[in-house]
Design a binder for this molecule. Structure first.
Ligand code: ATP
Ligand code: ATP
Ligand code: MG
Ligand code: MG
Ligand code: MG
Ligand code: MG
Length: 260
C-alpha cells in the first residue's frame, strides 16, 4: 500500500520488550471491586459465583494463550505466568498485557449471566494489568507463594470481619469498630475469635476461599463420543482448576513440567 506523508508518526512508537529467558507474571486486578461487589450484592466475604466467574475468565485467557503455564487467582485478581522461552508477541509488553487484560475483561461480561444468573450487570467492569519478569525459579515460586499467602491473610481477616459485622446480637456498632478491634489481633487470635465466638473452625472452611484457585493444563482422560457414536475415553490436554497449596514442595514435585 502507498505510504502517506503522515506515516512518519509511526516512528514515534516504542515497544518495550520483556527480558528474554525470564518468567513473565501478568497480574490483573479489578478496579474498585470493593464497590463493584457491593453494587452487585456479592455474598460476603466470599461470593462463590463471582469466584467461579473469575476462574472461567482465567480459563478463557489460557485457552487463547497457550504459553501461559499456570494461573493463580483470588478475590478480584489473577496472575498468569508465561513460560521463559515464550516468544508471544515477540515479548512486547504492551501487546501481552493489553491482550490478556482485554480477553479477561470481555470474558467477565460474556460469561456473567452463566454464573450470576438474574443479577443484572450494572456497568462495564474494568481490570488493570501489569507484567513483571522473574529470572529464577526461586523468584517465580516466591511470587506465587506471595499471592497465596496474601489470600490466606485476607481471607482470615475478611471471615472475622463479616461475621462480626453481621453478628446477630449486633454487639458491634459499626464496621469501623470491628476494624479497630481486628487491627490489634494476630493470626492465632483471629482463629481463636472465630472458634470461641462463632464456632467456626477456620481450617474447615472451603479450600477455594482459603487457598484461592490454581489453573494449569494437564492430561486427563476425557469421555467423548467417537465416530461410531459410542463413548470413548481419550487422553486430552485440559485446563484443571484446583484449590491446593502451591507454597510447599508437594504440588511442584507432582507437576514438574509446569515450571521447568
Ligand atoms: P483497586 O481498584 O485499588 O483494586 P478494589 O476496591 O478493587 O480497589 P481490592 O484490594 O482489589 O480493592 O479488593 C477487592 C475487593 O473486592 C475485596 O475487598 C472484596 O471486598 C471484593 N470482592 C472481590 N471478589 C469478591 C467475591 N468473590 N466475594 C466477595 N467480595 C469480593
Ligand atoms: P492485528 O491483530 O495485528 O491487529 P488485524 O487483522 O486486527 O491484525 P488491523 O491492521 O488491526 O489487522 O486491521 C483491522 C482489519 O479489520 C481491517 O483491515 C479490516 O479488514 C477489518 N475491519 C475492522 N473494522 C471493520 C469494519 N467496521 N468493517 C469492515 N472491516 C473492518
Ligand atoms: Mg489494584
Ligand atoms: Mg481491585
Ligand atoms: Mg484485588
Ligand atoms: Mg487489529
Amino acid at each position: 500500500m502507498a505510504k502517506s506523508r503522515f506515516e512518519y508518526v509511526k516512528g514515534f512508537e516504542n515497544h518495550p520488550i520483556l527480558l528474554l529467558n525470564t518468567y513473565i507474571a501478568v497480574r490483573i486486578d479489578g478496579r474498585g471491586f470493593h464497590q463493584f461487589s457491593k453494587e452487585h450484592n456479592f455474598t460476603k466475604p466470599n461470593d462463590v459465583r463471582a469466584l467461579d466467574l473469575m476462574n472461567q475468565c482465567a480459563k478463557s485467557v489460557m485457552e487463547e494463550y497457550t504459553d501461559i503455564v499456570i494461573a493463580y487467582g483470588e478475590s478480584d485478581e489473577f496472575s498468569f505466568v508465561i513460560s521463559k522461552k515464550s516468544q508471544l508477541y515477540k515479548r512486547r509488553e504492551s501487546k501481552i498485557v493489553s491482550c490478556i487484560v482485554s480477553r479477561f475483561s470481555s470474558s467477565y461480561v460474556f460469561y456473567w449471566k452463566d454464573f450470576m444468573g438474574d443479577t443484572p450487570l450494572k456497568y462495564p467492569p474494568v481490570f488493570d494489568g501489569r507484567a513483571v519478569c522473574y529470572p529464577s525459579l526461586e523468584n517465580i515460586r516466591d511470587y506465587l507463594s506471595w499471592r497465596q499467602a496474601d489470600t490466606h491473610i485476607n481471607n482470615l481477616y475478611n471471615t472475622c470481619f463479616w461475621l462480626m459485622v453481621q453478628d446477630p446480637s449486633q454487639k458491634y456498632k459499626s464496621e469501623k469498630e470491628v476494624e479497630n478491634i481486628l487491627k490489634d489481633t494476630n493470626s492465632s487470635q483471629k482463629n481463636e475469635l472465630l472458634f470461641s465466638q462463632y464456632n467456626v473452625n477456620y481450617a474447615k472452611l472451603p479450600e477455594q476461599f482459603r487457598k484461592g484457585s490454581v489453573l494449569y493444563s494437564d492430561k486427563r482422560n476425557v469421555t467423548e463420543i467417537g465416530k461410531n457414536g459410542k463413548e470413548v475415553v481419550r487422553s486430552r490436554r485440559v485446563i484443571v482448576i484446583d484449590h491446593c497449596d502451591i507454597i510447599g514442595e508437594d504440588f511442584w514435585k507432582q507437576h514438574p513440567h509446569i515450571l521447568p
